[in-house]
Design a protein around this ligand. Structure first.
Ligand code: MG
Length: 379
């Protein structure tokens, strides 16, 4: 069946894809690059940012020093980006925009994964709270300081909208946001990426055993895709094969089901897309059920595993202790952060400072401030 998702226009994109030449532009206007589109430039700016490089020492599930082969926030981001590009290309959407949003989607995470988020939420309860999506926007609009002409990265309007990433809020109030399917697909690529790689890491760490997965539909379906002969493979190779099949099942289901939904919706332009609040990129009902089952399994058996809780709880305590130490004595802060505290309030400045830390830096800083024998090195 020929679908509108597959019926591309002359530039190779679907009629409802976001085009670079239709962008609403940047807050501070800039001359166009002679070769690169605005979204390619956004992608580059995110990639070269300090916040992006810090992702390599930030926790996904396993704290960085637990092992060299576990995902970090950086490799999670790259996997999300890769899946986003596959989805964008298959659905004839703008791959550059999807790539930019995917590379930026987790910039706002603090150290120690979700534990870091809870800790910052708690200390900021009466001071505007903390939320990693909001923090991501603070980083790209305010905190990155690499360009003399403006603060932040001066990203295109559509990339910023994509980074807001609040689909559930959006569907309730669709006037609040400019909609692109490129942003919608990154949310789903994010889910596909973490469901499969968190399971991989959990199995690799021995926190989950393959036998526990015998009741999980998606795992069983993926196993059935492996050849009968491949059961003789080395355990690591077999596990990788099943996980690859699982990821592929999710991606293909999403592409095929979304193509049908888009076709039904009869969209002819990006303007048509703004008029509908229907979810257009969706898994089939069966896959949605299977994915929910897998997420519940991960919640019970991995994210709440006592060894993970011990790691992340320690991180939470570090961060709260650091926060309170800075709050009681702002002179402990680097001068730039202290100055920001006078402009934006001390709580927000400390929160920005801690959210920007990698796991590694937070641990070192804790030692510098609290351990009597630690040399007080430069920060
Ligand atoms: Mg993510």
């Amino acid at each position: 069946m020929k679908t509108k998702a597959a019926s591309k226009t002359a530039d190779g994109l679907a009629p409802f894809a976001m085009r670079a030449n239709a962008s609403r532009g940047r807050r501070h206007s800039e001359k166009e690059h002679p070769i690169k589109s605005c979204f390619q430039r956004d992608r580059d700016r995110i990639l070269y940012s300090t916040a992006f490089r810090r992702l390599q020492y930030k926790t996904q599930v396993f704290v960085n020093h637990e092992g060299d082969h576990f995902r970090t926030r950086l490799t999670h981001t790259l996997e999300t980006c890769q899946i986003s590009r596959t989805l964008a290309r298959a659905l004839a959407l703008n791959e550059d925009l999807a790539e930019a949003i995917a590379l930026g989607h987790d910039l706002g995470h603090g150290p120690f994964g979700h534990a870091g988020e809870w800790a910052l939420k708690e200390v900021m309860r009466d001071h505007g709270s903390f939320e990693h999506n909001v923090q991501c926007l603070r980083i790209v609009e305010l905190l990155e300081e690499s360009y003399p002409e403006f603060r932040g990265l001066n990203l295109s309007f559509e990339t910023l909208e994509g980074l807001k990433k609040h689909p559930e809020r959006f569907y309730q109030d669709r006037t609040s946001r400019f909609r692109t399917l490129e942003a919608d697909l990154v949310d789903l690529a994010d889910e596909i990426a973490y469901c499969s790689h968190d399971l991989d890491d959990g199995l690799r760490a021995g926190l989950i055993l393959q036998e526990q997965l015998s009741g999980v539909q998606l795992w069983n379906e993926a196993r059935a895709r492996m050849d009968a002969g491949s059961r003789d493979l080395a355990p690591g190779t077999y596990r990788s094969g099943v996980l690859r099949a699982m990821l592929n099942l999710m991606v293909m289901d999403l592409i095929e089901n979304s193509r049908a939904r888009i076709e039904q919706a009869g969209l002819d332009s990006l303007r048509d897309l703004q008029k509908t609040s229907r979810k257009l990129l969706v898994f089939s009902a069966g896959m949605a059920r299977s994915q929910l089952e897998l997420k519940k399994f991960l919640m019970q058996n991995l994210y709440q595993h006592y060894r993970v809780v011990r790691m992340t709880d320690k991180g939470q305590r570090f961060l709260k202790a650091l926060f309170n130490a800075y709050l009681q004595k702002p002179k402990l802060l680097p001068p730039e952060t202290a100055r920001r505290g006078q402009e934006e309030g001390l709580h927000r400045a400390i929160c920005d400072y801690i959210a920007g830390m990698t796991d590694r830096f937070a641990v070192q800083e804790y030692k510098r401030l609290f351990e009597p024998h630690e040399i007080f090195g430069s920060v």
